[in-house]
Design a protein. Structure first.
Length: 487
């Protein structure tokens, strides 16, 4: 088995701003279980160190472009045997706020320096210059925060192979030419076939241009990013890499222990496909917790999301508003935070329909599990969705997803068409256009089918039978690693 360095800017539960953190924990765990010698590298954020009490210093590094040496701390990913290295540089990471932004939501002014430091540390470990006496065969980088590493490694003779995973192409890590100079990067990298992107420095392009292989988090997203609508100006480069056979879509898995309706500690009553009636206990409990009338016959709709245009929040708000104003028997439970305008629109909707709409602005892990278990359908009308995890959680919990046909949503949800209902393959509701009309029509279709309990129950059982564990995806990554190493 090979040695793999897995580098990420966030890893659950030590730092999380989105799905990247979930993948950066569960994929290495699955690879470790499959016998790989995998080590995770992430920054030692203040919140991360607060959760760890047994980290020991294993290396001190002096890196190009930085006056102060940095240290590497070693510990284990909580509740696992996976080795975790924390990049400690108090000047860069010991601060309140999120991994990329200040407590007020604005980006840190020195993000380029912070994540260039992470990339240089990756290079030092990859080239066995960190004094760890461990050199990886594969360096697996994730998203723009690690994008400089494949670029810098491309200039080294004896280097491991590199894999770069795009979790979301919308975030590219774009900075000025002055920043490029301030980071003391090799001048040879400032060119169109390098890090330069329309006069700017692109961290993301470093990964796309120089990695030995690129992966994305679903097969459909791998195709979509080669086209103008989803490519963010990088579609030409991605199309070329795809034609070279160096771009692959591997569907993310989910943590089936953390998301398990039969064992979930956050639920009022655990259930499985054999005890499906117990799901209704969670519906009542959720209605009660969110101060909604306890009505078993009302269609309860769930929404857990960042409140941003990508997620189609505007479509959800408008479609639910239309249905409620027409007297539809539905309730909405929403958990999320994001753009103040969307937060306000949700509050207005709740004020207009206090017995139909419940809103929790923020994030609450327990509530997110209770929503997945308690609702009848889960709303995810994303404009684009590289993979998406919530629709897979919903399927596992028998809460039928309503999704737009894009990215990982297209790869994981089978529409309740007549044919799919007949042959028992339907697991949710899929629509095409990112429009209020399309979503409203689909929700009307949901309401109609909800009047047929036997058909609905069959769909729930089909949904719960789907396997989205990391087992299959981890094997796909292992086979990619072996191919790269010529095995």
């Amino acid at each position: 088995m090979g040695k793999i360095l897995f580098a990420s800017s966030e890893v659950h539960p030590l730092m999380k701003s989105g799905g990247l953190a979930d993948v950066s924990a569960s994929l290495p765990i699955a690879l470790h279980q499959n016998g790989e010698d995998i080590r995770i590298l992430m920054p030692a954020y203040r919140q991360t160190l607060a959760q760890i009490d047994d980290a020991k210093e294993v290396a001190s590094l002096k890196l190009d472009g930085y006056h102060q040496p940095v240290t590497l701390l070693e510990t284990r990913l909580p509740d696992t045997n996976v080795v975790l290295w924390l990049l400690q540089s108090p000047h860069h990471f010991d601060r309140d706020g999120g991994p990329y932004s200040q407590p007020d939501g604005r980006d840190w002014h020195d993000n380029a320096a912070r994540f260039a430091l992470l990339s240089r540390t990756i290079v030092a470990i990859a080239c066995n210059e960190a004094g760890l006496n461990w050199q990886p065969d594969i360096v697996h980088c994730n998203d723009w925060q690690t994008g400089l590493a494949p670029a810098l490694l491309s200039q080294r003779e004896h280097r491991p192979k590199t894999v770069f995973t795009i979790h979301n192409l919308a975030y590219q890590g774009l900075f000025s030419r002055e920043t490029f100079e301030a980071l003391d990067l090799p001048e040879a990298l400032w060119q169109m076939d390098g890090l330069e992107f329309y006069g700017l420095l692109s961290f993301m392009k470093g990964g796309l241009m120089f990695a030995d292989h690129i992966t994305t988090v679903s097969p459909t997203y791998a195709q979509e990013i080669c086209h103008y609508e989803f490519g963010y100006g990088l579609e030409g480069l991605l199309k070329l890499r795809a034609e070279q056979g160096r771009l692959t879509g591997i569907l993310n898995g989910i943590d089936t222990q953390q998301w398990h309706p039969g064992k979930d500690p956050y639920l009022s009553k655990n259930y499985s496909s054999a005890t499906l009636r117990n799901k209704s206990v969670n519906k009542s409990a959720l209605q009660q917790r969110m101060y909604l009338p306890e009505r078993a016959e009302t269609l309860l709709v769930g929404l857990i999301s960042r409140l941003v245009p990508q997620k189609g929040i505007d479509l959800s708000i408008a479609a639910i508003n239309t249905l409620l104003s027409n007297g539809a028997d539905i309730q909405l439970v929403c958990l999320g935070s994001g753009e103040p305008g969307f937060e306000q629109e949700l509050r207005v909707l709740r004020a207009r329909y206090p017995d139909k709409v419940a809103v929790n602005i923020g994030y609450d892990e327990a509530l997110s599990h209770q929503i997945e278990a308690g609702v009848d359908v889960f709303l995810m009308p994303s404009r684009f969705e590289p993979c998406g995890l919530n629709q897979m959680y919903s399927l596992r919990y028998g809460s039928l997803p309503v999704v737009r046909r894009t990215g990982g949503l297209a790869d994981t949800v089978v529409d309740a068409s007549e044919d799919n209902l007949k042959d028992s393959t339907a697991t949710g509701f899929v629509f095409e256009q990112a429009s209020v009309e399309s979503l409203t029509e689909t929700l009307q279709r949901v309401l109609e089918l909800y009047q047929h309990p036997r058909k609905w129950r069959r769909m729930m059982l089909t949904a719960m039978a789907q396997d989205f564990s990391w087992h299959i995806s981890a094997q796909a990554y292992q086979s990619l690693y072996q191919t790269l190493n010529g095995n």
